[in-house]
Design a protein around this ligand. Structure first.
Ligand code: PHB
Length: 396
């Protein structure tokens, strides 16, 4: 019999009673209950592409690996939080109390993950963060495990590459919230340490951003390059404005983390994106047998949609969950599952990864990539790799 997990919220007693009343009959009859994964994603709203990519990846993982693991049926419960933290939190509560989910997963934006982290702690439920990338998220709950990346992790490689490649004066342009502020800070620190100069730091609102006035300012100040962080789904808008305002013609290069040349949107950006150099942990063009297999299967199952780094976070997150279920012989409670996620090492479509048991972060390769055309399509083509990069924001 599975040990039931109870937790207290503000209305703790009432919720606990509700949890008892709604416990599935199987829990008392001794039949193995299904193992439930509550996958909370922005399926609508500004971050909907992240939801679409992760949903597709999670379903692909299950199609490839079966839906019975260690004798238990795995049930994926997908919920749309529309990208709003209050909604994410409410859905997480409902999934814990009414559905008795064994694992929470997804989290398309940092505020959505931060709103949910206290519930993971209280209920002792592993929370697999597949997308959100602010460094501090793993510190918000000891039950958070990262399946994607952190922005500082992928930023520092760009701050090392740029000054060696003639880029000395940079303006940073970031979305004004957690991951953007991480990118701004870690780019500036490292780039300055390497002898570069950040002459201005611009922050654009996350909701309904208008990049035009910021880009006009950049054009007037004429740095060697503009370093950009915007969350997945916003890159095409930045690129369009960058080109429309003629920043490229003014000799200003665009650099950034790979979020801006996101595989989900890259092909639609047009030839103006050619030559843009970014640093990131995943490109659909990554040259490995595991990735080729992944991309092919993903496209086949999804009407030729190209997977992006969010899809890989979702796919690998499912793997963490499946392997933890196997390692605990289908009987593990939250803390046992969490323990089995820590320290996992495996070959991902992105390359080798492992989960640092101390801080629950992904350690992985970061690649430098340039946008090039291959068989008529735009890709982030990797030309250098920095191996086994940790999140530089963590001392341990
Ligand atoms: C985040 O909100 O943490 C986030 C979202 C999308 C990204 C990166 C970070 O591409």
């Amino acid at each position: 019999m599975q040990k039931r997990q109870f937790f207290t919220l503000t209305a703790g007693a009432a919720l606990t009673a509700a949890a008892l009343l709604s416990a599935p009959l199987g829990a008392f009859a001794g039949a193995p209950e299904s193992f439930k994964i509550g996958l909370i994603l922005p399926m609508t709203g500004q971050a909907a592409s992240t939801g679409r990519q992760i949903e597709a990846a999670a379903k692909l993982y299950m199609a490839q690996n079966g839906s019975t693991v260690a004798g238990r049926k795995v049930e994926l419960i997908i919920k749309d939080d529309t990208g709003l933290p209050d909604v994410t939190k409410r859905i997480a509560q409902e999934l814990l109390v009414n559905e008795h989910v064994n694992v929470l997963a997804g989290f398309g934006l940092t505020p959505l993950a931060l709103a949910t982290a206290p519930l993971a702690t209280q209920s002792k439920t592993p929370m697999v963060v597949m997308a959100a990338a602010t460094s501090s998220i793993t510190e918000a709950s000891p039950f958070v495990v990262r399946a994607g990346f952190t922005v500082p992790q992928v930023t520092i490689s760009m701050a090392d590459w740029a000054p060696k490649n003639g880029i000395k004066r940079v303006i940073t342009l970031v979305s004004d919230y957690g991951p953007g502020l991480d990118g701004e800070k870690y780019f500036k620190e490292r780039f300055t340490f390497n002898g570069g100069q950040v002459v201005d730091s611009l922050r654009v609102p996350l909701r309904n951003p208008d990049f035009a006035p910021f880009l006009q300012k950049v054009r007037d100040e004429k740095p060697d390059a503009l370093f950009v962080f915007v969350p997945s789904g916003n890159g095409a808008a930045v690129m369009k404005q960058f080109l429309e305002r003629g920043l490229d013609k003014a000799g200003i290069k665009m650099i950034g983390t790979g979020d801006v040349t996101d595989d989900d949107q890259l092909n639609g950006m047009g030839d103006g994106a050619l030559g843009v150099v970014t640093s990131h942990h995943y490109s659909a063009d990554h040259n490995s047998p595991a990735n080729k297999k992944f991309v092919e299967a993903f496209k086949k199952a999804n009407d030729n949609m190209r997977p992006n780094f969010m899809a890989v976070g979702g796919y690998d997150g499912m793997r963490l969950i499946y392997e933890s279920l196997k390692a605990t012989s289908g009987k593990g409670d939250g803390p046992a599952l969490l323990a089995a996620m820590k320290g996992q090492i495996f070959e991902s479509p992105r390359g080798p990864v492992f989960i640092d048991a101390q801080n629950r972060e992904v350690v992985q390769n970061v690649y430098l990539r340039k946008v090039e055309k291959k068989n008529g399509e735009l890709y982030n083509v990797e030309f250098d790799v920095i191996k086994d990069v940790r999140d530089p924001a963590k001392t341990r």
